[in-house]
Design a protein around this ligand. Sequence first.
Ligand SMILES: Nc1ncnc2c1ncn2[C@@H]1O[C@H](COP(=O)(O)OP(=O)(O)OP(=O)(O)O)[C@@H](O)[C@H]1O
Length: 244
Amino acid sequence: MALIEVDRVKKFYGRVEVFNGISLNVETGEFVALLGPSGCGKSTLLRMIAGLERPDAGEIRFRGEPVRGPRREIALMFQSPTLLPWKSALDNVALPLVARGMGWREAREAAARFLSFVGLSGFEEAYPKQLSGGMQQRVALARALAVEPEVLLLDEPFSALDPLTAESLRSELVKIWHENLSTVHTVVMVTHAVDEAVYMANRIVVLSARPAKVVADLRIDLPYSRNRKSHEFQKYLDQVYSYI
Ligand SMILES: Nc1ncnc2c1ncn2[C@@H]1O[C@H](COP(=O)(O)OP(=O)(O)OP(=O)(O)O)[C@@H](O)[C@H]1O
């Protein structure tokens, strides 16, 4: 049984047919990048896996159980950090833990550990507006990791960042996943960037225009950390581009 099973899922928004029976399995330990044309339904698929939206037909299962709402094993991180502006960095990370029943003191201790883990020691009391975009996205990453999920779903997490910040966060995230530095073993990431997908993922799934179908499902068999200038990297880039 796969960790995540997307089984013949159909999804409509009014008359817009986003999926007409898409199936896709994700195995434990994979880093899957979802690529596809704008508006094809990548974010919708991620939100359905996260339990934030329901399929109109078909089923999404996590470890064989139908996903009927958000689950503690699955965390989601968006393009923008979606922090609460009136809460400190520390409390933004602590809040989901408190919402799950942890006391504030313990939650703040855990939050401080995760802020330190993402390189933000010393910024615990800062408010989001006092932090750069990259730092805010790090707080969002700390918040996602603090609930100790097994699966991290990423919806274009770097696209709002400047190129250098985006690049360092990409490398850090790959390292966290590849070296098992957190509870996260499995990642599903929506991206527009072929280069980002080949740099980070060990599997790339390319979707077609709506109603989206899987048009390619490739394993990226390159060691980490990856060298964008290598011949093999370029070969994978060309291969993925040929499907887009
Ligand atoms: N809540 C909603 N209500 C109505 N239509 C929606 C809603 N969410 C998404 N859609 C529509 O469903 C389709 C798929 O959207 P989605 O955001 O999943 O695509 P995407 O592949 O992630 O797009 P992009 O790459 O541009 O972010 C689009 O046509 C979009 O307009």
